[in-house]
Structures are given as structure tokens and as C-alpha cells.
Design a protein around this ligand. Structure first.
Ligand SMILES: [Fe+2]
Length: 316
């Protein structure tokens, strides 16, 4: 087996064909919230976004990560599990005791060894917290890995990673740039119009030609951390019949819009909470504090992959 944190365990895998099924849920308006990473202020913000328009929420994994504090862990999970939820690698690994997978991230070669080791340490700490909540832990372990939603007649595949693995990186912004044909084949195999995912840390929206017509891969990056240079908000994917005035960018597929909507949480409160849980020198601080404070080196223009058909547009 590969080093912990580098591998993609076999039980993480599924076939793209699992998405070619009747929708599990139907919504008028849906927010797909990936990578909340234990940020309670971001959770408050997405609940508020959904409440304002009566939208459904689907949490597609890694809603735990920085919530090693037992009270925080319980509150995040109690709240998220009232909604549609899928497990990410974090939930899968903290629900079990198999340390061979590490954080289960399946990190590719462009992520350094130090970061992988620190992720394994963070996972160990959150798992220790989870041991205090056997009921929640069992519920997390029992969550599905994939979901099919129908929004206004559009078929939406939802998973944490990609169309063949819970921790897959084929729908990362890096792989979409370097191996678009691989993503296109997976998308076609899933027989969906939209594939909503997260896990790979940075957002991207890219369109493809499939036998069903134009289809989109939309990765929200992180709901609980900034995704762009100098930004202080997370992102969620919104799929609905009418555009949001808050969208940063989006695409129209027939009568439906698919958008990246900012998750505007209390930045100062979150930073203070993070610093208390993960002081300077701790693995989470070393790996993530800079990003939480001022965003990654990534810009909105890089997330939006336009093609010649003009289906995509940046909000004015
Ligand atoms: Fe993940």
C-alpha cells in the first residue's frame, strides 16, 4: 500500500455508472456545500443563504476537519446531519480506525510530503475527538458516497471527489487543465448534466460536450476557507431556476443556472477560533493558517474555464 494520505483506498471507489440512476432527491433550488472543514461560522452562513430562498442543502463531505474541539465537533455534526449529507474522506476516516489510509486524501504528486504528514496528524486528532461520540461516528460512517439530484429537469451528480472515487482528483482544477479528456469520459459515463464536487481545495467550473449535450463539472473548492487571493469567504455551488445576485460566476444550462456563490462568514471570529484550536506550530496552523487569513494564490479567472459555446460567464 502507498504511504498514508497518498492512497485512495479500494472501498472509496465506485463506477461512474452509479450516477446513471433515478434521482434520489428533487429540489427547486440546491446548494452543494463541500469542504466546510469544521468552520461553524461558514455553516451559519450557508444555513442563512438556503433559508432566504427556501433552498435545499447538500453537504458533500469534509464538513469536519478543524473541529477537533468536542463541543464544536458535536455542534457541526448535529447540524449538518439534519440535511442531505455525503461523507468525504475526513468523515470516512474518522468513523473508522484504519490508520493505513491516513487522512484518505489520495494526495497527488504536486502536494508535498510535509503537507500530507500534517494532514495525517490533523486526522488523528479529529478521530480522537470523534471517539467520544460513538453515535455520531456511526452516522458519519453510514453516509452515502454519491447522490443524484434533479433540479428543474437537470440531472446533478454529487460526490466528494470525482465520478469514480470519494477522494479522486480527476475533477481538480489541475487535472481538468492537464487531462480534460479523462474528466470528459468520466462525466459522460455518469450520464449527468452537472457534476458537483469538492475535495481538491481549489474551485473550478468547466464545461464539456457529452452525449447528453453540454455538461458541467463544478468544484466549489472549500465552503469553510477562502478560495481566492486576498479573499475572506468560502464558496458553495448553487443550482437553481433563477440567478443569484451574489454569484461570483456561473453558467446557464437550459432553464437552470449553476453558480459559485460566496459563503460570507465572520472572518475575524473564525480566525480567532482557529488560532485557539490550532496554535502556531500545530499541523493545521502550518498547513492552513495563511490560506485562512488571506486566501490561496489562485484567482477567479483561473476557476472559470470558458469554452467557445459561451455558456459560462462571470458575474458583472
Ligand atoms: Fe476531501
Amino acid at each position: 500500500m502507498a504511504k498514508p494520505g497518498r492512497s485512495c483506498p479500494r472501498h472509496y471507489r465506485y463506477s461512474p455508472a452509479v450516477f446513471a440512476r433515478t434521482a434520489d432527491i428533487k429540489a427547486q433550488s440546491l446548494y452543494v456545500v463541500g469542504g466546510l472543514y469544521g468552520n461553524p461560522f461558514a455553516l451559519e452562513a450557508v444555513l442563512d443563504l438556503a433559508r432566504r430562498e427556501g433552498a435545499m442543502l447538500a453537504f458533500n463531505g469534509d464538513f469536519n476537519w478543524f473541529d477537533a474541539d468536542p463541543t464544536e465537533f458535536r455542534e457541526i455534526n448535529d447540524t449538518v446531519l439534519r440535511h442531505v449529507a455525503l461523507r468525504g474522506n475526513v468523515e470516512t476516516e474518522i468513523a473508522g480506525e484504519d490508520s493505513r489510509a491516513g487522512c484518505g486524501c489520495g494526495y497527488p504528486e504536486w502536494v508535498g510530503d510535509g503537507e500530507v504528514e500534517r494532514s495525517n496528524e490533523i486526522l488523528e486528532r479529529v478521530r480522537e475527538t470523534a471517539r467520544g461520540f460513538p453515535g455520531l461516528r456511526a452516522r458519519l460512517g453510514g453516509l452515502p458516497m454519491h447522490l443524484v439530484a434533479e433540479v428543474g429537469g437537470l440531472r446533478v451528480g454529487i460526490a466528494h471527489g470525482d465520478a469514480e472515487s470519494l477522494a479522486g482528483w480527476q475533477f481538480s482544477q489541475e487535472a481538468l487543465r492537464e487531462r480534460p479528456e479523462r474528466a470528459q469520459a468520466l462525466l459522460a459515463g455518469a450520464a449527468v448534466d452537472v457534476f458537483a464536487c469538492t475535495h481538491t481545495c481549489l474551485p473550478v467550473m468547466q464545461d464539456f460536450a457529452t452525449p447528453r449535450g453540454t455538461a458541467l463539472i463544478v468544484n466549489n473548492g472549500a465552503a469553510g476557507m477562502p478560495n481566492f487571493r486576498d479573499a475572506r469567504f468560502g464558496l458553495a455551488t448553487r443550482i437553481a431556476g433563477a440567478p443569484s445576485t451574489e454569484a461570483l460566476y456561473g453558467a446557464r444550462l437550459g432553464a437552470i443556472v449553476v453558480e459559485a456563490v460566496p459563503v460570507r462568514y465572520d472572518h475575524d471570529a473564525w480566525l480567532a477560533r482557529f488560532d485557539r484550536a490550532w496554535p502556531a506550530g500545530s499541523p493545521a496552523s502550518v498547513s492552513y493558517r495563511k490560506r485562512i487569513a488571506s486566501g490561496p494564490g489562485y484567482d477567479v479567472e483561473q476557476a472559470l474555464r470558458t469554452s467557445s459555446n459561451g455558456a459560462l460567464s462571470r458575474a458583472a
